[in-house]
Design a protein around this ligand. Structure first.
Ligand code: ADP
Ligand code: MG
Length: 629
């Protein structure tokens, strides 16, 4: 009597479902695999159609080489590929696909309909598969090329289906994948339809034309070409001029042998090439293509393949950095800033250690540009005559401070302080506030245009101005949103802004909330918004950066989003981060006092909304110890 053997081979359908988990995480994965197959099939036209963010339909139609009846049937078998024949080929991959598992995986977890015909064939082949089972296979009439429709993704994997995010999130992933392939292949026309609506129409052209077609006409003037041939790598593409660098990391694309990749290491090379040309928080856009001998790249690390390993990455880093640096130099891009265009209030701006930073606007909550006769036409003057403008700004500004100082004095004494204060901190804030000396007489100094030092009863404190101001603005803006009291200033001339369709969709979704910030804006045709008014505490030139910051905040799980902030909190955070006084900004004594007063009128003065320290203290005791008194 022998015990029954218990090891069994998994049926193919089960093995495919398991593999599918690796290859297909979401509708965007299907989009990627199908489009890449279409590219590999030498198509010149590729059409992507989605419904319901790809959850009910992802269809890709190409005019490529098609498949024979047998190949069509085989294409759904696991490890069936026409792209690798020997193990050696693995080390020199030129096509996008090579594992031969995409179609098998997709067919295991969706309803798939394939129609395909080769140029030489009279009739094509139709195959329908549901959860790896073929339900139809018959000749059909169709045009040359291949159409694959993937319906009801994850119909048999409820756990996966339930894990999918909202339609706007899933669609963003799809757009990302679509654009990555579309950028890599300007020699192929791409069309993208979402539920019958045409989202992108990208005709065959040059790389520059493709970038402009995707990101908008204003990109044309922003692109600096780069080009380099060396023995280990050849590089071509574009980097964005530094003055158009963004707070968002959005438009950064690396392609190795036409395959989109992410590489923090190469990113660093670019950032390094832009050294001294960018402020600390902005990121250049780039569209960079690296070509290396395929046998020196290992794309095989992960099935979804955005990571690569390549030999000699140090040399590639060096070549890339130098190439970009030289291109920037050649195009005479020096660290200049056009203050007049960028900023309406920018007197006494002093770049610290020669690094140009964007001047930041200072904010006064009581500032209403329409209050006084003098202020009227402020925006208008700004465009008319700079010298008049600057004078009027300066005198207005001083007035602002006069009125504001009076107010803070009353508000400081009357504001009730919060309960949640740690004891030592309470001492500090109350010692600042209750000190019998007028706040205007308390000595304060600013050092390195970044830190403020001021004595307190029990010692002294050092405030980091940028963090302090971020906290102040955050609370004020949040308060305005929640009480719907954000004031809006009307623009003399409404401005329109264009966004890429991902960002535009997100903005649309957030529009009601953005309005509570004081933006008087509406959608204005495809991906365009018209702004009639903006919050009183930002200048016209800050409208776009603030909106971009909001988009970024809601797009990525970066920075503040990790903190599980509410939507209102995120909005307030975006704006506070964007318009706060930055380190490097010289402050007048009155501004410093104001900053301190307002900081200690905050509910939570000790840290920024993202948890960074706003001030530290040294007690007399600590000082005495240090000096051995
Ligand atoms: P891989 O792309 O890794 O080879 P896939 O599962 O994605 O694996 O595709 C399997 C095979 O099906 C491909 O190798 C190719 O021969 C064929 N195929 C898939 N899509 C197309 C298409 N759009 N046009 C022509 N052939 C295709
Ligand atoms: Mg493939």
């Amino acid at each position: 009597m022998s015990l029954a053997d218990i090891i069994q081979l998994l049926p193919d359908s089960v093995a495919n479902q398991i593999a599918a988990g690796e290859v297909v995480q979401r509708p965007a994965s299907v989009v990627k695999e199908l489009i890449e197959n279409a590219v590999d099939a030498d198509s010149t036209q590729i059409k992507l159609i989605i419904k319901d963010a790809g959850k009910t339909l992802v269809q890709v139609i190409d005019n490529g080489k098609g498949m024979s009846e047998t190949d069509a049937r085989l294409s759904f078998e696991r490890h069936a590929t026409s792209k690798l024949k020997t193990a050696d080929d693995l080390f020199a991959i030129k096509t996008k696909g090579f594992r031969g598992e995409a179609l098998a995986s997709i067919a295991a977890i969706a309803h798939v309909e394939l129609k395909t015909k080769r140029p030489v064939d009279e009739t094509g082949t139709l195959i329908s598969i549901e959860g790896s089972k073929i339900t139809t296979q018959e000749p059909c009439s169709c045009s040359t090329g291949t159409s694959i429709a993937v319906k009801n993704l994850f119909f048999n994997v409820p756990a996966r289906r339930n894990f999918l995010k909202s339609n706007s999130v899933e669609k963003n992933h799809i757009i990302d994948e679509f654009l990555r392939v579309a950028l890599a292949h300007p020699n192929i026309a791409f069309y993208f339809y979402d539920d019958e609506v045409e989202e992108y129409r990208l005709e065959i052209g040059t790389l520059r034309q493709r970038i402009v077609a995707i990101f908008g006409n204003n990109y044309n003037e922003r692109l600096v070409p780069i080009e380099e041939e060396s023995t280990i790598v050849s590089i071509h593409g574009f980097v964005g001029k530094p003055e158009f660098a963004k707070k968002t990391r959005g438009e950064q694309f690396f392609f190795i042998n036409n395959r989109f990749i992410k590489s923090a290491y190469l990113n660093h090379a670019i950032q390094n090439a832009f050294e001294h040309l960018l402020s600390r928080e902005s990121h250049p856009s780039f569209f960079i293509f690296l070509n290396v001998d395929p046998s020196f790249v290992d794309v095989n690390i992960h099935p979804t393949k955005t990571e690569v390993k390549f030999e000699d990455d140090k040399s590639i880093y060096a070549v890339l950095r130098t190439t970009v640096k030289m291109a920037l130099g050649k195009n005479n891009i020096t660290p200049t800033l056009d203050f007049d265009q960028e900023q309406s209030i920018n007197f006494d701006y002093k770049p610290k250690d020669g690094i140009a930073r964007m001047p930041q606007i200072r904010v006064n909550p009581n500032y209403n540009p329409f209050d006084s006769e003098n202020n009227k036409g402020h925006n208008f003057l700004q465009n008319q005559n700079n010298s008049i403008r600057n004078q009027s700004n300066k005198s207005n500004w001083e007035k602002l401070y006069e009125s504001h100082q009076n107010e803070t004095e009353t508000s400081v004494t009357s504001s009730s302080f919060v309960e949640t204060i740690e004891p030592t901190q309470e001492v500090i804030s109350s010692s600042w506030k209750n000190d019998s000396t007028e706040s205007s007489e308390k000595p304060t100094i600013q050092i390195h245009n970044a830190y403020i030092i001021s004595p307190i009863k029990s010692g002294f404190m050092i405030i980091y101005q940028q963090h302090a101001h971020e906290r102040i603005l955050y609370e004020r803006i949040l308060n305005n949103i929640e009480n719907q009291t954000a004031a809006s200033q009307q623009l003399l001339f409404p401005e329109t802004f264009e966004f890429n369709s991902t960002d535009a969709a997100l903005l649309n979704e957030l529009l009601p909330e953005i309005k509570t910030l004081g933006f008087d804006m509406d959608e204005f045709g495809k991906n365009t918004f018209v702004v009639n008014g903006c919050p009183v505490n930002i200048s016209e030139s800050q409208i776009k950066p603030v909106l971009e910051e909001i988009i970024e905040q809601f797009k990525n799980n970066s920075g503040g989003a990790d903190l599980k902030l509410s939507r209102n909190q995120k909005l307030a955070l975006s704006m506070a981060q964007r318009v706060s006084i930055k380190a490097g900004k010289h402050l007048e004594t009155s501004e410093i006092r104001n900053l301190i007063d307002e900081l200690f009128a905050c509910q939570m003065p000790y840290a920024t909304p993202t948890g960074k320290t706003t001030f530290i203290t040294y007690t007399n005791e600590e000082l005495e110890k240090k000096f051995k008194i």
